[in-house]
Design a protein around this ligand. Structure first.
Ligand code: RP5
Length: 177
């Protein structure tokens, strides 16, 4: 397997159904990644070591997802100069608002690029990691442009389908007879 250039870390194995979205995006763009469970609160030394050694393993971007009082992304950012993307996870009774605030409200000097809560955020974290890597990888930049074109084409198709449906309703309505 190719050397991982993105490291996905999550606070609990229970976060995987959400964080899988980041992994799927990385796979789509042919980016080798590794996935790890580590917790800022339950395993602080493991988390610090994982972040501290990341660049020596060839990692270029870290994605950290956690719920509740989510310190994971911030603790990782404290231990590395690699870019860190934080994904707040809606795993608590506060539906991720707690994790969002804990992840985004970093003190000056230790940035975490925080994305949306939950599944959309995890997918966007994968795309953002790809965009960072694409600065030094022109083939990856081409794949990202294709992805954007596919998004736009999907909107065109959805609009065409809606227009056809509305036209069908108008054609079938009593007022049009
Ligand atoms: C956080 O606490 C984890 O990221 C997870 O979202 C949440 C609950 O963890 P578990 O108790 O399910 O392991 O640290």
């Amino acid at each position: 397997m190719a050397q991982a250039v993105v490291c996905i870390v999550m606070g609990s194995a229970n976060d995987w159904p959400i964080m899988q979205g980041a992994a799927e995006m990385l796979a789509r763009f042919h980016i080798p990644y590794e996935v790890k469970v580590s917790s800022a609160h339950r395993a602080p030394q493991r988390t610090a070591a994982l972040a501290h050694d990341a660049d020596q393993r060839g990692v270029q971007v870290l994605i950290a997802g956690a719920g509740g009082a989510a310190a994971l992304a911030g603790v990782i950012a404290a231990e590395t100069t690699l870019p860190v993307i934080g994904v707040p996870i809606d795993s608590s009774s506060l539906q991720g608002l707690d994790a969002l605030l804990a992840t985004v409200q970093m003190p000056q000097g230790v940035p975490v690029a925080t994305v949306a809560i939950g599944k959309a955020g995890a997918a966007n974290a994968g795309i953002l990691a790809a965009q960072i890597l694409a600065l030094q990888d022109s083939e990856l930049a081409v794949r990202l442009r294709q992805y954007k074109a596919e998004l736009a084409a999907g909107v065109e198709r959805a609009d065409a389908a809606l227009q056809a449906q509305l036209q069908g309703q108008r054609d079938g309505s009593p007022a049009s007879r």
